[in-house]
Design a protein around this ligand. Structure first.
Ligand code: COA
Length: 330
């Protein structure tokens, strides 16, 4: 069987930079609290009228161009987001239309912070099986329009942000590229990090009560999420290394989902990895959920942090709970 590798990456960040001081002007919080608890100093928010599909389109166009391809070369689209433009249709078809692609399949993935790795695993399987040659994997979010920007929502709203990243996956020789992906879920924790409404469980789907009580805003049990994240990240990273006969010493770079700096640091020290082997940009972009890993990868490429032959581990943890890893020979 042939291998599958990331041929190129792209990213799209809104131009509007929102420092912690901007949040402190609309809710009871401080730059000091946010930096100390999350490591985040600023994030990007879209201008009104820009949705996650548009950011995804921009990131995709960049990734496709960097691969030396045109949109017509893409055989399949995978779009991961928790903040699609619409409940229906999904964002994948919007990328197909906006980039003028052929009438290829467009799959929407909804695994929140793990969404990009879930999507990558599908691309890996299609390419390795010889079903598709050029698969576009997108992670994009516009969270800013769905956050409670009052003191009531401050524990969540200071963390999440907008952005998009994309990768083109194509064939390579066996033993290179994406070595394996490892996906997990534990739905019994779904209420610990969720957006409850609108809901098909409700006879009216959207009600004034939902909006008045803030059920359309994300709810997060922060301590609970933290405790599980710092256990699951190391577990799934070790799983990826074990599955391929590698140890932590073999790892060149860990690119974790940018949840928050304290989680990333706790994971790094639990694994005994030096800080230079753990990539972080959460300080500048906040937590962009499904977009954080492809944005980070694109920055790593640009910064020369990823070189041919490097052993790279991607890892994520998030709502539901779901968690995942991917081991790559770059
Ligand atoms: N600014 C100022 N104070 C805040 C605040 C904010 N933005 N958000 C919460 N607080 C307050 C709380 O109300 C609480 O006040 P109280 O002691 O008077 O009740 C106090 O700060 C401490 O809250 P606590 O929840 O104990 O803080 P924490 O140390 O657990 O940190 C998180 C909160 C959210 C930063 C932390 O739990 C965390 O990082 N969780 C993981 C979140 C995450 O990464 N999610 C994404 C996963 S993909």
């Amino acid at each position: 069987m042939r291998g599958a590798r990331i041929l190129s990456t792209g990213r799209a960040l809104p131009r509007r930079v929102v420092p912690n001081s901007d949040l402190a002007s609309v809710m009871d919080t401080t730059d000091e609290w946010i930096v100390q608890r999350t490591g985040i100093r600023e994030r990007r928010f879209v201008e009104p009228g820009v949705g996650s599909a548009e950011l995804g389109v921009l990131a995709s166009a960049s990734a496709i161009e960097k691969a030396g391809l045109s949109p017509a070369d893409i055989d399949f689209i995978i779009f991961a987001t928790l903040s699609p433009d619409h409940i229906c249709p999904g964002n994948g078809v919007i990328v197909q239309e906006k980039l003028g692609m052929r009438n290829v399949g467009a799959l929407d993935v909804r695994n929140q912070c793990s969404g990009f790795i879930y999507g990558l695993s599908v691309a890996e399987a299609y390419v390795k099986a010889g079903i598709h040659d050029r698969v576009l994997v997108v992670g994009a979010e516009v969270q800013s329009t769905g956050l409670d920007m009052t003191t009531r929502g401050r524990d969540v709203s200071v963390i999440f942000a907008d952005g998009a990243g994309a990768a083109v996956v194509g064939p390579c020789e066996p033993g290179r590229g994406i070595l394996s992906c490892h996906l997990h879920s534990e739905g019994k924790y779904k209420k610990e990090l969720m957006v409850d409404a609108p809901s098909s469980l409700d006879p009216h789907r959207v009600t004034h009560e939902m909006v008045d009580s803030g059920r359309h805003f994300p709810y997060m049990n922060g301590r609970y999420v933290f405790t599980h994240a710092v256990r699951r990240f190391p577990e799934v990273i070790r799983e990826a290394l074990d599955a391929n006969g590698f140890t932590l010493e073999d790892l060149t770079l860990l690119v974790p989902h940018q949840a928050n700096l304290r989680i990333t640091q706790a994971v790094g020290s639990a694994l005994g990895l030096p800080p230079e082997k753990v990539f972080s940009n959460v300080e500048r972009y906040g937590n962009t959920t499904a977009a954080s890993i492809p944005i980070a990868l694109d920055e790593c490429v640009e910064l020369g942090r990823l070189r041919e032959g490097d052993l790279v581990c991607l890892a994520a943890f998030g709502s539901s709970f779901t968690w995942a890893s991917a081991l790559l020979r770059w």
